[in-house]
Design a protein. Sequence first.
Length: 136
Amino acid sequence: MIRIDHIGIAVRELGTSNELFHKLLGEAHYKIEAVESEHVSTSFFKIGESKIELLEASDPESPIAKFIEKRGEGIHHIAFEVEDILAEIKRLEADGFVPLNREPKRGADNKLVVFFHPKSSGGVLVELCQSLETMD
């Protein structure tokens, strides 16, 4: 693990939440991106070396829509940047962590991502991410 890459926050409405986080952080978001495979729109704020990722559902059946329906808006996941996502998946699986997807998939911010079930990680949805620019 290299560092905390970002904290993902589920929101009902990206525009309203962008305004709120702009006021809170004193900086505007630097990027909005749709991730069609996850049925989500994202907005990123840079905070030092880390980021805040706001996630708005683009489909009522998306994981973010279901999360908000069940728990309301709030912290959805914590993401860790890794050098070798495949090696980290194997390492974590060997230690009992349960991946939600065994093969990394393309996520937001030009990254490959994999998520681990919160039941295997102390109630926290964990994401590993590796920049596509560092892939061989």
